[in-house]
Write a protein that binds this ligand. Structure first.
Ligand SMILES: Nc1ncnc2c1ncn2[C@@H]1O[C@H](COP(=O)(O)OP(=O)(O)O)[C@@H](O)[C@H]1O
Ligand SMILES: [Mg+2]
Length: 201
């Protein structure tokens, strides 16, 4: 823990930043089982927003584990730290005025709540999106063959098989990807951003 540090406030207000960028930063936090569709929806959403000239950026689970979080594994403590760091990073992006789209399994409710609290303390929007599909469906999709490996015992602590997934109790948005197309999911999230005045249509 660092001592002898004090927070140096900036000279630009959030309101000023919002006016200049024509949008307010918000974190769109996608959570769900592996293969539920988080990365697919995050990519499509990022592309859609960028093509609509919105400032947006995507933070994706595996990608972040190649760099910032390369020192972390998948045990519970490492997963906690993984999400804590992502929470802090997404908060910074969002404070900069970005529509920050995160795609992490983030299986523990307490971790997501911590990320939410970090945003709340800074009065920054946090939109929890439950990317939901039944285990049978995601296991049948298995785009990376991970469920097969997990069932064979080749991957330990795999969410949904040998590690828990705690579903959100009151997410801002709930998307059932066995019933809703990728394009529709993008539309639902975009509509939410517009309805809450984070972006203009
Ligand atoms: N409605 C849908 N929304 C998102 N993905 C879907 C949908 N229907 C089928 N899929 C497929 O499910 C898989 C989801 O994989 P991915 O996006 O990598 O999941 P995650 O990032 O949650 O692990 C992809 O192969 C995608 O094409
Ligand atoms: Mg993914």
């Amino acid at each position: 823990m660092a001592t002898n540090i004090s927070f140096h406030p900036g000279s630009v207000t959030g309101e000023e930043r919002k006016e200049l960028l024509g949008q307010k930063g918000a974190t769109v936090w996608l959570t769900g089982l592996s293969a539920s569709g988080k990365s697919t929806i995050a990519c499509a959403l990022e592309q859609h927003l960028l093509h609509s000239k919105k400032f947006t950026y995507r933070l994706d689970g595996d990608n972040v584990r190649f760099g910032l979080n390369k020192d972390l594994g998948f045990d519970e403590k490492s997963r906690n730290e993984n999400i804590r760091r992502i929470g802090e990073v997404s908060k910074l992006f969002t404070d900069a005025g970005c529509i920050t789209v995160t795609a992490f399994i983030s299986p523990y409710r307490a971790d997501r709540d911590l990320a939410r609290d970090l945003h709340k303390q800074s009065s920054l929007p946090f939109i929890e999106v439950f990317v939901d599909a039944p285990l049978e469906v995601v296991e049948a999709r298995d785009p990376k063959g991970l469920y097969k490996k997990a069932r064979a015992g080749e991957i330990k602590e795999f969410t949904g098989i040998s590690a828990p997934y705690e579903a959100p109790s009151s997410p801002e948005i709930h998307i059932k990807t066995d019933q809703v197309s990728v394009a529709n999911a993008v539309q639902i999230i975009t509509d939410y951003l517009v309805a809450n005045n984070y972006i203009l249509p």
